[in-house]
Design a protein around this ligand. Structure first.
Ligand SMILES: [Zn+2]
Length: 419
């Protein structure tokens, strides 16, 4: 593998930038909003036809209808369609680039149309531009470019395009992995990590719902009832006092977004009672607890339950605790093969080695790590604009990513090549 040859590949791949941006625009124009999971069928068939045009083999995998209620949190009557696209030959390594095509709802206050794909001053604007349709388009066009360049692969590049990442990924990444559709040797997820940075770890999350049961009474005789709202305040205050303890825990992973501490968010959803003149008999609130990789999800969950139950017992109120989401933190060691190859190519393209950091959000990475696959997240999007109003991606970053990805795929598939 001569360096000159690699420079030539990078050079040639950068000629495909306009095609990648155009494809990203077309994808932004399909509003695959999740929740609930709109336009998945349309987006999946568009991806299949484009991948076939590029000369890739494709496979469409629909989640069976009867499994949808257990694998989705919202929109369980809507189809969940996964797409695999493959390029390569022989029995060499399988490198997977895993992309989700769902996007979060746009929200209000945009200065451009969220589903138009507007180009302005070197940026592509639109919902999903950074997270992660820009990266998805770039990855697909890289596969085309490698094929056009007539590079002889030994092994396969497998692109996976999945729905539902924004709501847990159970009908997407997890479905493909647990049912044996996807068995790569290594995976890159081009989430918006920013082009100079690789996420080799991410935080986990436990979501809980706490329901306090009191006793209704007329508001003119409050002593005859048990006010569930007061009980909620008591339990929530106890949790808030415990919050300070989290400040004393720090992850050994490096973070550039202050992600090294565990956090708790209380009351994201909260409700109580139904009438001004009634003592509320029921009150509920949610908890979003974020874990660093060093914490055990079971221990965190047990501890929260204990604090809540003890606190409710102090005031003799019945409490119900439900876990809504369990997403473990996960990581891939920095000395894994994929980390080395990716890091070398980032350095080659940008002139300096990337940082390896802990992602503050939950990633599909955990499904891969659980399946024993080395997985990192590296992509061109910007963390600060993902999920935000006026989301955008820098076109230059898409170009950087395309070069890094092409060289990484080349290195992996050329590694054991008999040619
Ligand atoms: Zn994402």
């Amino acid at each position: 593998m001569s360096l000159d040859y690699k420079r030539e590949i990078a050079e040639q791949v950068s000629d495909y930038i306009d095609e990648a941006v155009e494809l990203a625009k077309e994808l932004i124009e399909i509003p695959t909003v999740n929740p609930p999971g709109d336009e998945y069928e349309e987006c999946a068939s568009f991806l299949v036809s484009r991948a076939r045009e590029y000369g890739l083999e494709t496979l469409t995998i629909r989640v069976p209808e009867e499994q949808l209620p257990s694998l989705t949190l919202w929109g369980s009557t809507l189809p969940r369609v996964n797409v695999l696209a493959r390029w390569g030959a022989g029995d060499g390594p399988k490198i997977n680039v895993h992309c989700h095509y769902d996007v979060v709802p746009p929200g209000k206050g945009w200065s451009v149309e969220p589903f138009k794909g507007v180009i302005r001053e070197g940026r592509l604007y639109g919902r999903g531009a950074s997270d992660m349709k820009g990266a998805l388009a770039a990855s697909l066009v890289v596969a085309k470019a490698l094929k056009d360049l007539k590079i002889k692969p030994w092994g396969h590049l497998i692109l996976s395009f999945t729905p539902d990442e924004e709501t847990g990924g159970r009908a997407g990444a997890e479905f493909l992995l647990t049912n044996g559709y996807l068995k790569p040797d290594m995976t890159i997820i081009p989430e918006p990590s920013e082009v100079y940075n690789i996420w080799n770890a991410h935080k986990g999350a436990v979501w809980m719902e706490v329901i306090l049961h009191g006793k209704a009474a007329h508001a003119s005789r409050p002593k005859e009832g048990i006010n569930a709202f007061y009980a909620m305040i008591h339990v929530a205050s106890t949790l808030m006092k415990n919050r300070e303890k989290l400040e004393s825990i720090t992850s050994a992973y490096r973070s550039i977004w202050g992600a090294e501490k565990p956090t708790i968010n209380i009351g994201g959803i909260c409700s109580s009672g139904g009438a001004v003149n009634v003592v509320p008999e029921r009150a509920r609130f949610t908890i979003d607890r974020r874990l660093i990789p060093e914490e055990s999800m079971e221990e965190v969950e047990d501890e929260l339950r204990k604090v809540i139950e003890d606190s409710a017992k102090e005031i003799n109120v019945d409490v119900e605790v439900r876990t809504l989401l369990r997403a473990e933190a996960s990581s891939t060691p920095k000395n894994a093969f994929i980390c080395g190859v990716l890091s070398r190519n980032v350095e080659m393209v940008l002139g300096k080695p990337p940082t390896f950091t802990l992602c503050p959000g939950v990633l599909d990475m955990r499904h891969f790590v659980r399946a024993g696959i080395d997985c990192v997240s590296y992509g061109p999007g910007l963390m600060k604009t993902a999920h935000a109003i006026d989301e955008y991606i820098n076109i230059e970053d898409i170009s950087t990513y395309m070069k890094v990805l092409a060289l990484t795929v080349y290195d992996v598939l050329a590694q054991f090549s008999p040619y």
